[in-house]
Design a protein around this ligand. Structure first.
Ligand code: GDP
Ligand code: IMO
Ligand code: MG
Length: 428
């Protein structure tokens, strides 16, 4: 019996932890990289040879020849964004067609899903989610509401009629909002995207993955967003509309839970969030501004400024538990080099007393972070590549976090480039 397992790499915070960079770093160890949820709300950044690349729907293993990149059934695809991504990569000389497979069961984001996303956010006003406006929520609503269109449907003779029927339904919904829109132009580009999709390799991801496992292939599942944006376990309602946690890889690809292997939890040495919702350790002062400036904390998808704050250990502990994380990857340690003191929130003071876990409603309990202060390293880390290069103060921070989270930190990232990564061989 095959003993091969699927490893999962996912974000433990509110997204943008640096997942894309690490998938790219780890890809040479795998045969298949597979996205299992989310869609073009994701922006995964990779940097190598002095060039930066941002991926939205395409898995972050695409730059490596001989690796299959699979878009699983749990992903929602906007053909227009997808076609743009493919043409950008093709222009860079990447042979996308031979490396990219798509699940027939992945759902389509229609132009009207984007309009509904925008209309819903506009109506919410101040209490808006801060959605990326890519149509994610409405597309998953149609999926679970059993109205959606799937990639496999684009090959059916009545596809256009089914598309039109769903659009009519969306138009009726849009008429309930006081929202002006223009659809025709988007529709034409979307239909062009459908033509692109027709030329790609379609698979049933569940069969594809399980067969590959039986054949001894090594598979890495790439998460999008972060655990605190999970539809069930995130800071609801300020979340995305999919299961971003490890369990999402089972449903989003068609893998049984007993075929999950290692779970790589990616986190920043501090914390960021883009969009609305609670963020207990958020800094509204010059320290937060410095983090944003030095960390270049602006959204990869929307360009929005990311909110910044110190690391939140109760939230991270929760994320490690819910995902069954087996090892940790700490990102952007270099960004903290500017600070004399590094703060880490170990628990919260709330109206119901001290807590070291995420309460049901962060806002209602007036959650106040309680910090441990650690000495900063005040040293440029960006040229460091080996375990032994790590300065003592950073090592103390790493050890502190490992103790608090009861998990090993296997990698420390010290810059955006592929090479700016320290694999901690001493802990392996
Ligand atoms: P993802 O969505 O999790 O893939 O993360 P994003 O790409 O949205 O955001 C991470 C940002 O941090 C990108 O601009 C990366 O190039 C950058 N980055 C990743 N790792 C590091 C690091 O260790 N140091 C610094 N300074 N930047 C990093
Ligand atoms: P990656 O994969 C950070 C946030 C949005 C908003 C909320 C809901 O790059 O880490 P949605 O468009 O999904 O309806 O937005 O989730 N969000 C992300 N924040 N990184 C992401 O992806 C995100 N994808 C969605 O800002 O608050
Ligand atoms: Mg991102």
């Amino acid at each position: 019996m095959a003993t091969n397992k699927v490893d999962i790499l996912l974000g433990l915070q509110w997204g943008d932890e640096g997942k894309g960079k690490i998938v790219d770093v780890l890809t040479p160890r795998y045969d298949i990289v597979a996205r299992f949820q989310g869609g073009p709300n994701a922006g995964h950044t990779l940097e190598f040879n002095g060039t930066k690349h941002v991926l939205h729907t395409i898995p972050s293993g695409i730059f490596h020849p001989n690796v299959i990149n699979l878009v699983g059934n749990g992903v929602v695809i906007d053909p227009k964004v997808f076609a743009q991504e493919i043409s950008k990569l093709t222009a860079k000389g990447v042979d996308v067609k031979s490396r990219l497979y798509i699940s027939r069961k992945a759902h389509l984001i229609l132009p009207t899903h984007r309009l509904l996303d925008a209309a819903s956010e506009a109506e919410k006003g101040k209490s808006k989610i801060g959605s990326t406006l890519k149509g994610i929520g409405p597309a998953y609503m149609d999926k679970t509401g059993r109205n959606g269109l799937r990639i496999g449907d684009i090959f059916t003779p009545d596809f256009r009629a089914r598309y039109d029927a769903l659009v009519q339904k969306h138009k009726r919904l849009l008429s309930m909002y006081n929202f002006e829109y223009q659809l025709e132009e988007h529709e034409a580009e979307w239909m062009e995207g459908i033509e692109w999709l027709r030329g790609l390799t379609m698979v049933d991801s569940e069969h594809f993955i399980n067969k590959a496992l039986d054949a001894g292939k090594r598979i890495l599942a790439e998460g999008a967003q972060g655990s605190l944006l999970d539809i069930d376990f995130g800071s609801y309602p300020f979340v995305t509309s999919s299961n971003t946690i490890a369990a999402g890889a089972c449903t989003g690809l068609g893998i049984a839970p007993n075929r999950i292997g290692r779970v790589f939890g990616i986190f920043k040495a501090y914390c960021t969030r883009v969009g609305s919702g609670p963020f207990p350790t958020e800094l509204h002062d010059t320290t937060g501004e410095e983090m944003r400036r030095v960390g270049n904390e602006f959204g990869s998808t929307t360009g929005r400024a990311r909110r910044c704050g110190w690391i939140d250990l109760p939230a991270l502990r929760y994320a490690c538990m819910i995902n069954g994380v087996t090892e940790l990857f700490m990102m952007k340690a270099d960004v903290l080099s500017i600070f004399r003191t590094i703060r880490a929130c170990t628990h919260y003071d709330t109206t119901e007393g001290r807590m070291d876990y995420l309460p049901y409603d962060l806002e209602a309990l007036d959650v106040q972070p309680v910090y441990a202060d650690l000495e900063g390293w005040n040293r440029d880390l960006t040229a460091m590549r080996e375990d032994q290069d790590i300065p003592q103060a950073l090592m103390d921070y790493i050890t502190f976090l490992e103790d608090q989270l009861d998990l090993p930190i296997r990698y420390v990232s010290v810059g955006p480039d592929r090479t700016q990564t320290i694999e901690r061989t001493a802990t392996a």
